[in-house]
Design a binder for this molecule. Structure first.
Ligand SMILES: N[C@@H](CCC(=O)N[C@@H](CS)C(=O)NCC(=O)O)C(=O)O
Length: 219
């Protein structure tokens, strides 16, 4: 039975992007169920609720198993498709990859709220709070440290593309959109992510969307 991934708008939904990218970049077949977000249409919210009582996307449906929440989905996919090697084989590296993924999942609130994902927004810097700037510094520290320690095997955080890259992919978009100044090592990582075919596919689909979420457009 084909996996189903319930997602929101590709232009805006960073949480949807993460498991979508983990699946697509690993060449795992799945069907997309698209539900537009933050419309005034109660039916859209009801549709999300019909898949997951969390009322949020993403959600993955695998037969009679439903997994919701981006990081839980990536963990599930890693377990279900071990050949995808979404986590590094080495235990220490795997612990590191999970730690930075969890840090992304639960943190960087100021940066996330001040620099929402919006693919079609023209590239333009905004004034950022001290907290958001501290988040940006920490993210760069994470990327540069991973690339220095584990980058010999490829251009991603742990060499080959994996779950941690999927978790940070929307941050790469945000750094670009909000013209964040980055160190050369971070720029090289961003370039590798932005030219990954699965990321290019998401970007193209997101840019083709015409739906607008006004409170995000206001940023
Ligand atoms: N912690 C969740 C966050 C999910 C989330 O906030 N999703 C947003 C879209 S990016 C959503 O579904 N919003 C719809 C709503 O709240 O009605 C995850 O990692 O999946």
């Amino acid at each position: 039975m084909t996996l189903k991934l319930v997602i929101g708008n590709k232009n805006y939904s960073s949480w949807s992007m993460r498991p979508w990218l983990a699946l697509r970049a690993s060449n795992i077949a799945f069907e997309e169920v698209f539900i537009p977000l933050y419309t005034d249409n109660k039916a859209d919210k009801e549709r999300i609720l019909s898949f997951t009582r969390s009322g949020k996307v993403p959600a993955l449906i695998d037969g009679d198993i439903t997994v919701w929440d981006s990081l839980a989905i990536i963990e599930y996919v890693a377990e279900r498709f071990p050949q995808a090697k979404l986590w590094p084989e080495d235990r220490a590296m795997r612990a590191h990859a999970r730690s930075i993924s969890a840090e992304m999942h639960s943190g960087f609130m100021a940066f996330r709220s001040e620099c929402a994902m919006n693919l079609h927004r023209p590239v333009r810097a905004v004034a950022l709070s001290d907290d958001a700037q501290a988040n940006i510094a920490r993210i760069q520290e994470i990327w540069i440290d991973c690339r220095k320690r584990y980058g010999k095997g490829g251009p991603f955080l742990f060499g080959a593309f994996g779950g941690a890259d999927a978790m940070y992919a929307p941050v790469v978009y945000r750094f670009r959109t909000y013209a964040i100044d980055v160190a050369p090592e971070a720029k090289a990582y961003m370039d590798a992510m932005l030219t990954l075919p699965a990321v290019e596919e998401w970007t193209k689909a997101g840019l083709a969307e015409t739906l607008r979420i006004e409170r995000i457009e206001a940023i």
